[in-house]
Design a protein around this ligand. Structure first.
Ligand SMILES: [Zn+2]
Length: 305
């Protein structure tokens, strides 16, 4: 990594620490996705990832998994702000890349699904020794790691990472989460996980992470993990991950919810497992991409080369 980039990332690490308390679940969700991914890296990929990370984070990818959110409003990175989400037309519970993957000005590929393919392609050039100086590999790694969280944890931020256009991804659906004022977007972005942490894990993210890991190693999801991470053609896989998100949004996030409602135990208990599963899927699939991209095998993604 060049010196300028090291300085930049180091500075962002500091900012992250300072803002830590204000970031809420968005940060916890991204960190868990990245911790899961890093724990599943094979030797080659693990080495390359730690080589690309700035020294300050001591090999911890999760420390920089919200970096992409920290810089999205900086002048230099303003072009990345539409890469954090997909807006689908209202009530269309489907994702169509050609129809939906664009920025507000209509520029194609400028959505989270396009970004994952783009940054994966850039990282493939690293392995092939053909990296282009314009594409900083550390940045590509950090963007990819963040966007794999976004495409799975959707129903986030502004708009919800995968949400409807007219309600800005649930941001305009004001309601109460138990006794507190919130909105649908924040419920999925932050409230479900914070309530989970407070009610069941004494606010300890590592304990929650251990439970999620147990679920996919020898628990309720262990039979599904192979299918989650199966992927020959990255563009097809990315599209299907986005579809999963929009379907969860339709079936579980938006269903039966109206402005002014109070969401409490029933909503929490039935939706919380989806949030946890998406964190696990994001991490497992990020590991799959990094293992393919940085691994020794010559096989790569046909679509990403
Ligand atoms: Zn994001």
């Amino acid at each position: 990594m060049n010196r300028k980039m090291r300085g930049l990332v180091g500075c962002v690490v500091l900012i992250c620490c300072v803002l830590n308390g204000a970031l809420g679940w968005s940060k916890e969700g991204h960190m868990m996705t990245c911790k899961i991914a890093q724990s599943l890296l094979e030797e080659e990929a693990a080495k390359t990832v730690s080589h690309l990370l700035p020294e300050e984070v001591k090999g911890e990818l999760s420390e920089l998994c919200v970096w992409a959110d920290q810089v999205r409003h900086w002048y230099k990175y303003r072009w990345t702000s539409s890469l954090h989400f997909i807006d689908t037309p209202d009530n269309k519970c489907s994702f169509d890349y050609a129809r939906d993957c664009h920025d507000p000005q209509g520029k194609q590929d400028m959505c989270v699904a396009g970004a994952i393919q783009n940054f994966t392609s850039q990282l493939l050039h690293y392995k092939h020794g053909t990296s282009d100086r314009r594409h900083n590999m550390t940045e590509a790694l950090l963007f990819l790691s963040h966007f794999m969280g976004d495409i799975h944890q959707k129903l986030y931020f502004q708009p919800m990472h995968v949400g409807f256009t007219s309600d800005e991804g649930g941001n305009t659906i004001d309601l109460r989460w138990f006794r507190r004022k919130s909105n649908l977007h924040h419920v999925w972005d932050r409230d479900i996980i914070l309530t989970t942490l407070a009610d069941y894990y004494d606010k300890d993210v590592d304990l929650l992470l251990q439970d999620i890991e147990r679920n996919y190693t020898d628990g309720i999801w262990s039979d599904d993990v192979a299918s989650w991470s199966h992927c020959n053609d990255l563009s097809e896989c990315v599209n299907s991950w986005a579809k999963e998100s929009i379907q969860i949004a339709c079936k579980w996030a938006y269903k039966g919810v109206e402005s002014g409602m109070t969401l409490a135990d029933d909503y929490f208990n039935s939706r919380m497992p989806f949030v946890m599963k998406r964190i696990a899927q994001g991490g497992i699939r990020l590991a799959m991409i990094l293992n393919q991209v940085f691994g020794k095998s010559e096989e790569g993604f046909a679509a990403a080369t």
